[in-house]
Design a protein around this ligand. Structure first.
Ligand SMILES: [Zn+2]
Ligand SMILES: [Zn+2]
Length: 426
């Protein structure tokens, strides 16, 4: 999960109803390998590697996939690893993606299998993503004779730098594999035993709106005018419940409620950044929107209002300029039909309580470069619950106390192995 920082100044920082024999078999295989997956996860956790340096991690994954009989391609877009499980029977081609990199941080670890690599820690849960991806591979390889089609397992480096997915694609990923669908997950603060997702974007659209004027006078008045204009485009006032982080996941107002306050919004997420020179005035602000429509409407609205004002002649540019030539953060966009079908299959097999449908997106500065795979291949990005309040475990990525209930490994391997089998059988 990429955490986007703007000027370092953020306002926020049951039972199975369809227990067919193959899914019973998925469960027993998952139970059989669970302890080994916990060991693998803890090994990755002890030896975390930052983006572009995932050498050891990728070697461990390669050996594991080869031991399961997969064809393995290494060094795809850096330390990316691709495993191919061909059943030899015609059918769908489905890809599962797991990101594998850790983060440079000196925040002390909270587990007793803490990082031995000084200044590096799995604080985003990619150690779990890797272990769960290996577990799904194991379970599906174990059932190979009962499946049809081709399965691809994509272990992606450098997610935290927002470049690993693009690097794998640029290195010919989609020449090596031709998936019809692609899926992936991220650890999340939802309760262990659950997954959560929604159609379309699962994160807010993130960008920086930048307005540049060419003028040597009136600059202070222009600043005031522009601030007022931008604030008027916001959907929530300064004191709204919207800005209370405690509401993000609350049952009444949060993203899991069909009437969530995080369903439809345009929000200014930082203070204004003002740059003045003799003849130029630049005003920048971090912007989040809940939908693509709101994102697309923002610039034309601001531009038309400035053009209709007395400042039309001074206006030089209105644009999105996130950083390094990137206008907006690419956000995972879930295919609507596949979202519906995968949610249904998981809740049919593992019970309704296993899936939390989402109705909005939290205004947090997170995204995932899984988005780049979805530009070529329809798919769904899921949140995997890792929190367990009874044990005092809160699985909020990038926070100092980030930890997970390792039972989420079992959940992830069970649910998504079964989900992929159902997709193959459609
Ligand atoms: Zn992450
Ligand atoms: Zn992250």
């Amino acid at each position: 999960m990429i955490l986007f920082l703007f000027s370092g100044l953020l306002t926020m920082g049951q039972n199975a109803t369809r227990p067919t024999s193959i899914h019973k078999s998925v469960k027993s295989r998952t139970d059989a390998i669970f302890d080994s997956l916990v060991k693998i996860r803890r090994d990755f956790h002890r030896y975390p590697e930052i983006s572009r340096e995932e050498k050891r991690t990728s070697e461990k994954i390669t050996v594991y996939l080869e031991s399961l009989g997969l064809e393995v391609i290494t060094c795809v877009g850096g330390y990316g690893v691709v495993g191919i499980l061909d059943t030899g029977r015609p059918g769908k081609r489905i890809a599962w993606r797991a990101d594998i990199d850790a983060i440079a941080t000196n925040i002390p670890d909270v587990v007793d299998f803490s990082s031995k690599n000084k200044g590096v820690r799995h604080i985003c849960g990619h150690d779990l993503h890797a272990a769960i991806g290996m577990g799904i591979t194991n379970v599906l390889a174990h059932h190979k004779n009962k499946l049809n089609g081709i399965l691809y397992f994509v272990f992606q480096p450098a997610e935290e730098m927002n470049e690993g997915a693009q690097a794998m694609i640029a290195d010919g990923l989609f020449d090596l594999i031709q998936p019809d669908e692609i899926y992936g997950l991220h650890m999340s603060p939802y309760p262990v035993g659950t997954i959560a997702t929604k159609a379309e974007n699962v994160f807010a659209h993130i960008t920086v709106a930048e307005i540049i004027y060419k003028t040597s006078h009136n600059q202070n008045a222009l600043v005031d005018f522009t601030k007022k204009l931008m604030k008027s485009a916001q959907t929530y006032g300064p004191n709204a419940e919207f800005w209370d982080n405690n509401n993000l996941f609350s049952p009444k107002l949060g993203v899991t409620n069909p009437n969530t306050i995080y369903k439809d919004y345009t929000a200014l997420m930082s203070d204004f950044e003002i740059q003045q020179s003799n003849d130029t005035l630049k005003i920048r602000i971090l912007l989040n929107t809940s939908t693509k429509e709101r994102l697309d409407l923002f610039l034309p609205l601001i531009k038309s209002k400035i053009e209709a004002s007395g400042y039309a002649k001074e206006l030089l540019t209105v644009r999105f300029n996130l950083q390094k030539g990137l206008p907006v953060m690419e956000t995972p966009m879930n295919n609507e039909e596949l979202t519906y079908k995968t949610i249904k299959s998981i809740s049919d097999i593992y019970g309704k309580q296993s899936v939390i449908p989402l109705y909005g997106v939290a205004p947090l500065q997170f995204s995932d470069d899984f988005a780049y795979f979805q530009k070529s291949v329809p798919g769904v990005y899921f949140f995997l619950g890792g929190s367990n309040p009874e044990k005092g475990i809160a699985a909020m990525p990038h926070t100092p106390n980030f930890a997970v209930d390792e039972e989420c490994i079992r959940t992830g391997v069970n649910y998504f192995s079964s989900m992929i089998i159902e997709r193959l059988q459609e």
